[in-house]
Design a binder for this molecule. Structure first.
Ligand code: HPA
Length: 245
């Protein structure tokens, strides 16, 4: 079967799919973490793989950046490939000072400047929230992950659960807008979660989002490429554990 943006046979995807923005991260998970992984789609360089994690079948596919790109891939996976659980794994820029570089954020809700979800509620505000069971599984796994902070030391990250802002733009967000977002309880800014939650609601599937903090917009600090890779790997393992219980 083929959809406009995915070319994979029927049944090629597992019911649970991890969704990094970067297709090369999807390939990295497939080659480094999954066993028996094979590539199932490569249209426009958006790579998708299915393999197994601790004996359970799971898929991983890139989404590209931004709400429209997420909307396309999440919709086609849910509508045409029988995918019932979609988990975004990605990076974000923190705006709350309690959140540090390398920390994990399990998203409990996503505000957005995208208008896409408004079509679901006749132009009103849509509550872009994740599936509760999937989110609880992510929180439980993140809190017991070896990467998570422990008071005895060796801490590499802390898990936060909270609201983020899904922005249509990466550049040019004025400091005054970040101040408003911080004051209204947003932990970080990213570019896809609200779009994923909207698709999940309209397609009747479960979705969740797990983010690592790659940069801090308050102090303009960021992780090195090497640190980002380590953080990404820890996050991917948390998400794989959560969707294969
Ligand atoms: N803005 C949007 N998305 C992001 C950012 C950011 O500053 N950092 C990482 N993902």
């Amino acid at each position: 079967m083929s959809t406009p943006h995915i070319s994979a046979p029927d049944g090629a995807f597992a019911p649970s799919v991890l969704l990094p923005g970067d297709p090369l991260r999807a390939r990295w998970i497939a080659t480094e973490l999954l066993s028996d992984a094979s590539e199932v789609t490569e249209v426009r360089g958006i790579l998708g793989y299915t393999g197994s994690w601790r004996g359970r079948r799971v898929s991983v596919m890139g989404t590209g950046m931004g709400v429209p790109s997420m909307n396309i891939y999440a919709t086609e996976l849910a509508r045409h490939y029988g995918v019932t659980r979609l988990v975004r794994i990605g990076s974000c820029g923190a705006i709350d000072d309690r959140v540090g570089l390398r920390d994990l954020i399990v998203v409990s809700g996503a505000s957005t400047d995208s208008s896409v979800n408004r079509r679901l509620v006749a132009g009103h505000d849509f509550a872009a929230t994740p599936d509760f069971a999937l989110t609880r599984a992510l929180v439980e796994r993140a809190e017991t992950s070896p990467a998570n902070a422990s008071p005895e030391g060796g801490s590499t990250s802390i898990t936060h659960v909270g609201r983020v802002f899904t922005s249509d733009t990466f550049y040019g967000q004025p400091a005054s807008e970040l101040d408003l977002l911080r004051a209204s309880g947003h932990l970080a800014v990213e570019m896809e979660a609200a779009g994923l939650f909207g698709v999940a609601a309209s397609e009747g599937v479960a979705a969740a989002a797990l983010l690592t903090v790659s940069d801090h917009l308050n102090g303009d600090t960021h992780l090195s490429a090497q640190e980002r890779q380590v953080g990404f790997s820890a996050m991917a393992e948390v998400a794989l554990d959560a969707v294969t219980v």
